[in-house]
Structure formats: C-alpha cells, structure tokens
Design a protein around this ligand. Sequence first.
Ligand code: ATP
Ligand code: MG
Length: 478
Amino acid sequence: MYHTRRFSGLPRRIPAGSDEDRFQRRGADSARSLRDGTARQDKNIVSPTIIPRPDHIISRANISEFALKVLYRLRAAGYQAHLVGGGVRDLLLGREPKDFDVATDARPEDVRRVFRNCRLIGRRFRLAHVHFGSEIIEVATFRGVNTDEVSDEHELENGMIVRDNVYGTIEQDALRRDFTVNALYYNIEDFSVIDYTGGMDDLKEGVLRMLGDPLVRYREDPVRMLRAVRFAAKLGFRIDSVCEAPLLTMGGLLEAVPPARLFDEVLKLFLAGTGVEAFEKLRHYNLFGKLFPETEASLAREENAFPITLVYHGLENTDSRVSEGKPVTPAFLFAFLLWEPVRLRAERLMAEGAVDHPYAAFQRAGSEVLAVQAQRVTIPKRFALPMGEIWQLQPRFEQRSGKRALRLMEHPRFRAAYDFLLLRAQSGEIPGDLADWWTDFQRLGEAERASALRPEGAPRKRRRRRRRPASPPAAPAE
Ligand code: ATP
Ligand code: MG
C-alpha cells in the first residue's frame, strides 16, 4: 500500500491527532523501523511514502535533457527508471543539482544494450556511464542489502566493503544509500517522489541521518564520514547526533581508503563553494589531520594567528571565486593547504645549511612534503607540477632588481604564483609592500617598468657562492 503526502518544499502544519496525522505517523514509523534496521529487510513489508507530482516541486524543466532521455529510454525498454541521490535532494531544496544519477532494475549489461553511447565502469561498484558529449549520466542498478555471506560480488575486508555488486530491489537499494535525504527516488513513470526512509521529513528539518547503524556504515565505507561533513557544509544541515558522535573517534579508518579516492573527496569538500565550512567541520571532528597530517601539525603551532589565516584566506578566496563562477584549480588549493609545512621545511633546510639557495630549499621541501602527503591523498602530476612551481617562484618575488623581475613576469606560472603571494601578504606572512610592489609593477607600461626596476648601482644582495665544506676550526692558542 502506498501513502501519499504533500510536499511543497516548506513544512506544512498538520493538526495533531487528525486523521492525516495518524496516517503520516504510520508511514513514518515503518520508514523508521526500516531505516534503523529493525524491520525485516528480506520481505517487502514496508510501504514507501509516495509524493505525487502535484505535491512536490520537482519539475522536468529543471532536469538535464540527457538524464530525462536516459530515464525515458530505460522506461520504454520495460525497466524501472528513477532519478536518485543528490539530484533529487537538491531539486527538492530548490537548488541546482551538480549531477544527475539514475537508478534502475536493469543490469549494467542491459543498460549497455539500450544505449550505444554507454560504457561500463568500476570494479568495486559496477556502473553504466551513458555519454552525451561531455555530459555523463551515471546509471546504477539497484543494489541488494548487504548480507553476511561472502561472495565474489560482495566482499568485505575488515568490515570495509571492497566490492558491492549484489543486485536487489528498489527498497534494498534505498537502504544501502548513505543518508535518508540521499535515498529519495523520482519515478519517471508518474513523476512522483518515492520515500522509503523518511528522507522527506529529514529534508524539511535539515537533518543528515545515516541509514542503519552508523558504526557499521562508517566501517563499511569510511568516506561516508567525509560525506557527512561535506553535506552538512554544503546544505547547512545538522548531523544527527547518533551519526555525529562516531565522527570524532573513527577518523583513523580513513587510512584504509585509497589515496586516489580521497583526492576526489578533497576536491568535493574544498572546491564546491563551502570550503571554509567544510574545513572548520573537518577540524572540529578531528578529520582534517587524517587527510593533511603535516598541515594539521603546523596549524597546532600557530604563531600570531599565522598560518591558520593563510588556509582561511585561501579557502575564502576559493569560495568567492566559486560563487562568482570563476575557475578554481586543485593546484592552487593544494599549494595553500600544504604551504606551511613546505615553508617550515624550507626554513629548516636553510638553517641546517643543507641547501645553498632559497629556490633549492623550496624545491626540496616541496618534494618532501608532497611525498608524505601522497600517502594520504594522491595529488596527480598535472596538479602537483604547477603546485610545485607556485612554491618555487615565491622566493623569486623578492628580487626586484635588474631583468629578473621582468623575466619572472614571463614565467607561465607567474599569475598563479602572484595570486599566492597576495594570499601570503593578506595573511600577514610577508610584508604587504612586497605584494603591492608587484601589483603596481604589473600595471606599468613597458618603458615605465624598466625605470621602476632598481637602478644599477643600488645596493644588491651579495651573490652567494657555493658553500665549501667547513674547514676544521683552528686549534685555540694555548
Ligand atoms: P553531489 O551533490 O555531490 O553529487 P550526491 O548525493 O549526488 O551529491 P554522489 O557521490 O553523486 O553524491 O552519489 C549519488 C548517490 O549515491 C548518493 O546520493 C547516495 O545515495 C549514493 N552514495 C554515494 N556514495 C555513497 C556511499 N559512500 N555510501 C552509500 N551511498 C552512497
Ligand atoms: Mg550526485
């Protein structure tokens, strides 16, 4: 039996004790028992709440034409087809979804038969990607509930799911999702929204509630902890207390997650427009240090509010660029997240006399920090290289004389390195006049630039010669 309920995106008061109230409670109770794992999941005993088209705000006008194409075509081929996940959640909140995910009872091979422009991907989760130019619609087959049986298609390692290709019904699929608000289905058959887990109520209340037992679910996939933080930051939702408490203690599990997967998560956390929020929450739950151990250690020894301000300013700049629709790059993000460890290491190398030039110090410090960081979060070469250049160019900004300043401006990474210099000045790490000098210098015409450079004969820094091995100290005169 299906219940129907109104949802207009705004809470609607229902008189307590009314028929409608009793009717709703029944639906909510069954959803709760299913959600908490107290219902028998092998039998189809839970009725979902169905919200018919007139009672919710999802309009096809706001759904990507390609996602609609996929839904219609699957439907025409005789399969169930639903929009699910963040797309449904965001549309119900009146936000623009980042992407559209489709769930179906068609197996990946069936999906490939229906679409020529389709590729099957993934080992851990097999998925079909339907390609439309640069847009990809991800089509997932309903997953079954996790069973204790060990099979090739459902594999656990220390409680962590390493493979999950057991297919199931839509009810089971709803339960294996992470949060109730991510487990809502938009059914292309009648444009209704199907709610098996009480996600609509949580959406209205602004609560992130994990499906099932959070301890088990975090162990199965520790990335769910980062997802909790990410959605709380992005949506401004509260994390339900049962689901929140383990965040403080279970962060260590992230060490078992492949660093390449964490790279994707880090970008989603920090480049989605709510990076400051995400950073504060990650630090609050002791999760930031699991991703960036050296940065966390350097934050702990902050002096005069530096370096924490640098990370803040970097994230604030990034957030405002995102909100203005300007491009953001992972190279710059990682450059400021890892700057303090690099700076400290470079200083140490110079103090120890291990290198004979600041450039060399930053180069070596950069590669050492990167090597440590790569054990936690992969930074692909295409971002690591420009990141390293941003760092290495920093000492060159101190050279304001001769042709060097002009040459620096011609460097392909000058712009990013200059933005980084501004960030350092903004955070009080370096004097503001150095950054101002470079700002003014760029505004000048060619001839003016030449005369702005320090005149020949002005006191220059002494050229450093290669350090010779120290000669043994002379024996003191007796
Ligand atoms: P976004 O706005 O970032 O796209 P999303 O909720 O759509 O948010 P996706 O990573 O696109 O996130 O995943 C789509 C859906 O798949 C989720 O809404 C959720 O239902 C399910 N899902 C994704 N990752 C997990 C996970 N680690 N555990 C359980 N369910 C997951
Ligand atoms: Mg999504």
